[in-house]
Design a protein around this ligand. Structure first.
Ligand SMILES: Cc1cc2nc3c(=O)[nH]c(=O)nc-3n(C[C@H](O)[C@H](O)[C@H](O)COP(=O)(O)OP(=O)(O)OC[C@H]3O[C@@H](n4cnc5c(N)ncnc54)[C@H](O)[C@@H]3O)c2cc1C
Length: 392
């Protein structure tokens, strides 16, 4: 396993650093703290930022050039993520399109679908959301009930999706729907649906952070052209598994950069408040070591990508590690900072470095979305360690 960057990679990194220095207005954290900021405004800001990155050739890093990608590799993609984290760059808006649907179309879509959907997905002209979960079908995704009945050259969709991140901002949704009620896994299809299709309603859901990044999506006899089916009828489960492997894939390197920066801020706050006792020092040291473990794991995944391997069930190890670490980190931070750590960023007395209260609230979500920790443990036990299925 070679952990050193090649000269071409170093050159790429330096160009990207220079581009970020020239093109980033201010760190995302400052964007968020601006009292003039609204949720709508932030979404539009993220869309514009995405377009800028796209035009500079930094999105779709490892995707083929013919569909608007850069045609580079996983190593460049990882350098890109790390540098974005290092610069405190704003996140792009179409994370679900680029992170999930893009790989699904590249692996399973038709040539026509790739040409139609990938360029506006990368540029941010079309924002996507993911319609997998339903009330009662989250971990047991195959129990989903949203139906897609074929009627001539259209599917007729009926049912409800929930926890749809970016639902209120998106233009399109990729939906798992049941085309055959008898075949549990083989009866699911993967369908693309425009959110302004008659019969589709999106309702925002208010979160504990006060934001409405999620929505619920209702389908009532919504007619979707058959050409918007990805793969074959009944292939949706297999396609969804590709998508989920990408969702759980290599995020650790960039995440460890972000945690490292927040950890530095926490250590600085401890000095400022005179909280340098042994108990606090031990907590900080533990977080530092855990973050290093995460970084090492990220490098391991990157090395396997560099050898041409695609994400497999081992990506569950990364998912469980960063999400559980995030909770421990944010708990410890609030514990150390005391009541002041609970102030919202809009409070004039909130610390200017990190939005500790929001990070704490958000850390609750990481062990649930894209497969809860219990489900990841099951995957690791069964598919990585080959342990027998537990008795039910
Ligand atoms: C912030 C956030 C964003 C999300 N965004 C999206 C999105 O954009 N699109 C989308 O489709 N979905 C999204 N989701 C939904 C998410 O994927 C589901 O919440 C998740 O899969 C868990 O499903 P559930 O909520 O139905 O919980 P349940 O499946 O009801 O699970 C409840 C509890 O039981 C445990 N459990 C369930 N089955 C087992 C088992 N077999 N063994 C051991 N324990 C088990 C679970 O781990 C959990 O602790 C999002 C969720 C969150 C929190």
């Amino acid at each position: 396993m070679d952990l050193h960057l090649a000269p071409t990679h170093l050159e790429f990194r330096d160009q990207l650093r220079a581009w970020l220095a020239d093109n980033m207005r201010r760190p995302w954290r400052e964007e968020l703290r601006d009292p003039a900021t609204t949720e709508d405004g932030l979404m539009e800001f993220r869309r514009a930022w995405q377009k800028k990155l796209y035009e500079a050739g930094y999105l779709g890093m490892d995707w083929p050039r013919e569909w608007g990608g850069r045609g580079a590799g996983e190593v460049e993609k990882s350098i890109f993520e790390e540098e974005m984290a290092r610069a405190g760059a704003p996140p792009i808006l179409n994370t679900l399109g680029i992170g999930l649907l893009g790989p699904a179309l590249i692996h399973h879509g038709s040539e026509e679908q790739r040409r139609r959907f990938i360029p506006p997905m990368l540029s941010g002209d079309e924002i996507w959301c993911q319609g997998f979960s339903e009330p009662g079908s989250g971990s047991d995704l195959a129990s989903l009930r949203t139906s897609a009945r074929l009627d001539g050259d259209h599917f007729v969709l009926n049912g409800q999706k929930i926890w749809t991140t970016f639902g209120p901002w998106a233009d399109w949704i990729f939906v798992l729907a049941r085309t055959d009620s008898k075949d549990r896994y083989g009866g699911i299809s993967f369908i693309l649906c425009k959110l302004d299709t008659p019969g589709v309603t999106v309702r925002p859901l208010r979160q504990i952070t006060g934001e409405s990044e999620f929505g619920e999506v209702f389908f009532e006899d919504a007619r979707v052209p058959r050409a918007q089916l990805v793969g074959q009828i009944g292939e949706g489960w297999r396609i969804a598994m590709t998508v989920l492997a990408y969702e759980r894939g290599a995020m650790s390197l960039a995440a460890s950069v972000r945690y490292g920066r927040d950890l530095d801020c926490l250590a600085a706050a401890c000095k400022e408040y005179g909280r340098t006792d042994a108990a606090v020092r031990e907590k900080l040291a533990r977080l530092l070591v855990e973050n290093e473990v995460m970084r090492a794991n990220g490098i391991r995944t990157l090395a396997s990508f560099a050898e041409g391997k695609t994400p497999g069930p081992e990506s569950s190890i990364e998912k469980i590690y960063w999400s559980e670490f995030d909770k421990r980190f944010r708990d410890a931070a609030l514990d150390i900072l005391g009541p002041g750590g609970q102030l919202l960023r809009t409070s004039p007395d909130a610390r200017p470095d990190v939005d500790w209260a929001r990070e704490f609230l958000w850390s609750r979500a990481g062990t649930i979305y894209s497969g809860s920790s219990e489900i990841q443990r099951n995957i690791i036990a069964k598919r990585v360690l080959n342990l027998p299925q537990d008795a039910r």
